[in-house]
Ligand binder design. Structure first.
Ligand code: ADP
Ligand code: MG
Length: 633
């Protein structure tokens, strides 16, 4: 077993409360903190002397192995089983987050484990078990699988820091949609983490480089992230301490794994081995794949790689390798061009280029990118750690230790509702900064129509059925009016986490409905809560219970004071104010009966926001009455 220790301080860390930053990667995941003494961002490391110098011991391969005896192994050890036990060894679970089988069917051959496709519209499930022996196996959702990785990270961090780790900032790709962000948040909950904020990976990476640290900094930067399985390019603008993502582009099936596979193919050709032979010799297939990755890494610092495997000579030169990956790197350049176009910029406008992801260690990648932008690239930090380090910095900002910043991200896809004829009406266009709000008025189509169905979609196509449906709800209780007379205002709010809240209100009657978009492909809060209760231990349970009780007490107090206030001042309130207040109170009352502190908090806020204007008005009246006749000298 690898020894775990802390390389950042001697002894345990004494801290009131620690908020960690987590990079939940497709290939590798890691956890970072701000060191309480040095105030530097550091990745938590496992001391493992068997790793080559310069290789980060902080990375946990995002691989989960089920050993058949109920044990779940995560990380380096699980990697050994990738090819020998493909049905029980899950990689790239991140790609499946918030996805239905329909979403991935074109790439289903990529996954070597069993993805259940019985209902093409619902969330994918993965079946684990030795299928050849006819065992039924177990089913896991991508959220559960990701939670196993997060749990492992949490445990490692707790062991290293010798303190409970509960609060975290977790990063996601900038292009992640609402369903995927929600799924990531759910995975955190399941792992017993309180995910304070979800932030975009490129934003985290720029933060880690300290770009924009000074208020006077004004920069346009490109974050080029080439990881194990995915490629992203993001264009950011930083000014006055504000990070703004101008555009994103990329390829979710392009990365270091493809380079490994290209080397395997190259060797098989040289050795005149048929690819089908690999299927019958899984041990060899696994070994040659691992050798290919070793060769690739070796060639980042050397001109030539050669080794032996089962009496086969494996050789490849740097030039040969570069020829193999050239088409892939060209694809990334095309994506860069598209991102620049979306941001209405040219390569020359980019002032800083940040390199992220293990595959940017390849000199050919650095050179190609640097040539394209006509500038040196920023590669002084460990490209596999920068995202986690940035997340730790963001955690520090949230903890109130650094008030310099405000982070802005963007929506990756347009958001809108279905209107007449199945058309998409966009309320928030793609690449809008978040947090953001937008609203628009609609009306009824039929005389006396008492309800309207609101369907929320995400995507760029004009016809809603080509886009992705996120949610659907009904606005009811519209009083009978001729068609076209009701004024229904639909408003979209995307909060700082990228979660969408949709409200619909009939302005004449005040009838109102709102939902937080729990994407249809995601788990419901109750499901998550149920799984949470089943999976976390009592210690964690206590903390969650306390937070819930505190929220409930606050909610009950607010209900009491509002009730009294209304009784005393009912004559000073308009009928609409009375109705909306009663509704908000009811919603809060209902929230109090549920096991969800966040829901209680949001209902408290809604009621507060609603009552504040009239409470102030009534107070002003009282004050001016008291002042009447009193001259101010
Ligand atoms: P992800 O963000 O997808 O989780 P990482 O940023 O951790 O991925 O990058 C992992 C990829 O980087 C792997 O394909 C790995 O082989 C590759 N990699 C790591 N070190 C090197 C290196 N020295 N040269 C080339 N590729 C490398
Ligand atoms: Mg990454």
């Amino acid at each position: 077993m690898a020894k775990i220790g802390i390389n950042i301080a001697t002894g345990s860390l004494q801290q009131e409360e620690i908020i960690v930053g987590i990079d939940l990667g497709t290939t590798n995941s890691l956890i970072a903190i701000i060191h309480p003494e040095t105030r530097q961002a550091v990745a938590l490391k496992e001391h493992n002397s068997s790793l080559p110098a310069g290789q980060a011991g902080s990375l946990v391969p995002s691989i989960i192995h089920f050993d058949g005896n109920g044990n779940i192994i995560v990380g380096e050890e699980a990697k050994q089983y990738l090819i020998t036990e493909p049905h029980n060894t899950i990689f790239s679970a991140k790609r499946l987050m918030g996805k239905s089988y329909n979403d991935i069917k074109n790439n289903s051959s990529f996954f070597t484990y069993k993805i259940i496709d019985d209902n093409t519209e619902s969330l994918v499930k993965i079946q684990v078990g030795n299928l050849s022996t006819g065992q039924a196996g177990k089913f896991y959702s991508p959220v559960e699988l990701s939670s196993f990785i997060l749990k492992e990270l949490k445990q490692r961090a707790e062991h290293i820091l010798k303190t409970p780790v509960i609060k975290a900032v977790v990063t996601v790709p900038a292009y992640f949609n609402d369903a995927q962000r929600q799924a990531t948040r759910d995975a955190g909950k399941l792992a017993g983490l309180d995910v304070l904020r979800i932030i975009n990976e490129p934003t985290a990476a720029s933060l880690a480089y300290g770009i924009g640290l000074h208020k006077e900094d004004h920069k346009t930067i490109a974050v080029y992230d080439l990881g194990g399985g995915t490629f992203d390019i993001s264009i950011l603008r930083i000014s006055n301490g504000i990070f703004e993502v101008l555009s994103t582009n990329g390829d979710t099936y392009l990365g270091g794994d493809d380079f490994d596979n290209a080397i395997v193919k190259f060797w098989l050709q040289q050795l005149s081995i048929n690819e089908d032979e690999l299927k019958n010799n899984k041990e060899f297939a696994q070994a040659i794949r691992l050798k290919a990755e070793e060769a690739k890494k070796h060639l980042s610092a050397n001109e030539m790689f050669s080794d032996n495997l089962n009496q086969h000579e494996l050789k490849i030169s740097k030039t040969e390798f570069e020829e193999l990956i050239c088409p892939s790197i060209d694809k990334t350049i095309t994506a860069c061009k598209n991102a620049l176009k979306d941001a209405q910029l040219t390569a020359a406008d980019i002032e800083v280029i940040v390199m992220v992801g293990g595959s940017t260690r390849i000199p050919f990648v650095k050179k190609t990118i640097s040539d394209f932008f006509g500038k040196e690239v920023n590669d002084s930090m460990n490209p596999e750690e920068v995202v986690a380090l940035g997340a730790a910095l963001q955690a520090d900002i949230l903890a109130g230790n650094n008030k310099e910043f405000l982070l802005l991200d963007i929506t990756p896809l347009s958001l809108g509702i279905e209107t007449r004829g199945g058309l998409m009406d966009v309320l928030i266009p793609r690449n809008s900064k978040i947090p953001t709000k937008a609203s628009r008025q609609y009306t009824t189509q039929v005389n006396g129509q008492s309800g309207i169905k609101i369907s929320v979609f995400q995507g760029e196509r004009d016809i809603v059925k080509d886009n992705r449906k996120l949610a659907e709800f009904n606005l009811t209780n519209i009083p009978g009016m001729p068609a076209g007379l009701p004024k229904v205002e639909i408003s979209f709010l995307i909060n700082a986490d990228g979660i969408l809240i949709v409200k619909a209100k009939e302005l004449r009657s005040g009838a109102e409905q709102s939902i937080e978009v729990q994407p249809q492909y995601g788990l419901t809060d109750q499901q998550v809560e149920k799984m949470l209760l089943e999976s976390i231990t009592h210690a964690k349970d206590d903390i969650a219970t306390r937070a819930l009780l505190e929220a409930r007490t606050e909610g009950e107090q607010l209900l009491e004071t509002t009730e009294k206030f209304i009784q005393k001042n009912s004559k000073k309130l308009s009928p609409e104010e009375l109705v909306t207040t009663a509704e908000a109170m009811q919603a809060l009352q209902l929230a109090l009966t549920m096991e969800d502190k966040d829901l209680v908090h949001s209902k408290i806020e809604e009621l507060n926001n609603l009552s504040r204007p009239y409470a102030e008005r009534i107070m002003d009246e009282a004050v001016s009455k008291a002042m009447k006749g009193k001259a101010i000298s």
